[in-house]
Design a protein around this ligand. Structure first.
Ligand SMILES: *Cc1c(COP(=O)(O)O)cnc(C)c1O
Length: 374
């Protein structure tokens, strides 16, 4: 196996249970879009349900179709994103709930005559999907409630800065949402309100309302980019590969395209068969690290599509042999590299590190080291 993502389904279950305890009385809608942030959408969805989630959310209609086939009929699936007319048919065929924020779309849905469960979205400040106009949002709610074939399920919003501690805007968005949504409950008993992503869930109980929508945290990734252990989150994914070739490099010999690493001292180069074609980002050129025999070794040279090289000689006494295990994300011995560490080294977020892993990286599922199913 060139590169393997080992996913601990029990960790996802425990993370969901831990998040559910943080929001007592709320339904948990686990977000499994983008192949479960790289962990595998259906497997992550099932683990989240085992951990206590009662809803799953995806971004697209096609994801809803695939997820429905994988998790069966008795789970509520919400499509968070915008859908075209053609995608709307796919979403409704998958018996997914959909998001609506214009009166025209609500009217078109009503006129279409098909049953649909609708979540009306207010743009309280993210400036992306949803309407900023609370009067329009209320008109959408009324149109959905008035349509025979439509079921008004929820009023919702999404935060822009929940992961930025100390910022004022989160509170402003929360206040705007509350002022709009809470009065609607009187007119529409049973209306669900929801707003919280992982960061909001962990940051402010006032954002929990009736349902919470954690994504990144269910995978044990920290929404604030800190060490996940600080918030009792367990990383579910390990990324491993192996030493495919070992060679000495004399002073002046180079490794990789563009000769961006040239040995300044006699050293040993280990080639590991993972590259940007697997989602190991090219930005990690001369920046990444991996664990070999429980020690961090520096990635040297350009990350290519299929291979990367490590300077084994940078660590005194370290030896590499063909076949040795290499851990790119995860623990080996007493050392650990988290997705947060990788993200920090290239100025991005942990979300992007796991989500970037391509289909070429095999996923292997286990439960605390045991075969799944057992
Ligand atoms: C992705 C997404 C989430 C989950 O966000 P995390 O930061 O991963 O917890 C929640 N709500 C919406 C609308 C999203 O798009």
């Amino acid at each position: 196996m060139r590169a393997l993502a080992r996913v601990n389904l029990s960790a996802i279950e425990r993370n969901v249970a831990r998040l559910a305890r943080e929001a007592p009385g709320c339904a948990v809608c686990a977000v499994v879009k983008a192949e479960g942030y790289g962990h595998g959408m259906v497997a992550a969805g099932r683990a989240a349900l085992a951990g206590g989630a009662t809803w799953l959310a995806v971004a697209t209609a096609e994801e809803a179709r695939e997820l429905r086939a994988g998790v069966g009929d008795n789970v509520r699936i919400l499509v968070l994103g915008a859908v075209s007319d053609a995608e709307l048919v796919v979403a409704l065929d998958a018996d997914a709930d959909v998001s609506v924020w214009s009166v025209e779309r609500a009217q078109a849905l009503a006129d279409g005559g098909r049953g649909a469960r609708v979540h009306v979205k207010l743009d309280s400040g993210l400036g992306r999907l949803g309407t900023r106009d609370t009067a329009e949002a209320t008109a959408v709610v009324d149109a959905v409630a008035a349509a025979e074939n439509l079921e008004l399920v929820a009023a919702w919003t999404h935060f822009a800065t929940a992961d930025e501690r100390g910022d004022q805007f989160f509170g402003e968005q929360l206040a705007r949402f509350k002022a709009w949504a809470e009065p609607l409950r009187a007119a529409h008993p049973g209306l669900l309100l929801h707003a919280a992503n992982s960061a909001a869930l962990l940051r402010d109980p006032a954002s929990h309302f009736d349902l919470v929508r954690p994504g990144v945290a269910i995978y044990g990734l920290d929404p604030f980019g800190d060490d996940p252990a600080q918030r009792d989150l367990e990383p579910a994914l390990e990324l491993v590969s192996y030493v495919a070739a070992v060679k000495p490099a004399d002073v002046g010999e180079s490794a990789g395209y563009g000769r961006r690493f040239v040995a300044q001292r006699p050293t040993t180069i280990a080639t590991v068969p993972i590259g940007y074609g697997d989602g190991w980002r090219r930005a990690l050129t001369n920046r990444g690290e991996a664990l070999l025999h429980g020690t961090k070794v520096p990635l040297v040279g350009t990350v290519s599509m299929d291979n990367v090289t490590f300077d084994v000689g940078a660590v005194a006494g370290l030896e590499a042999h063909v076949g040795d295990a290499v851990v790119l994300v995860g623990a080996q011995g007493a050392e650990q590299i988290t997705a947060e560490d990788v993200a920090r080294s290239i100025d991005t977020i942990n979300y992007e590190i796991t989500t970037a892993l391509t289909a070429r990286v095999a996923r292997e599922y286990h439960r605390d080291g045991q075969a799944p199913g057992s």
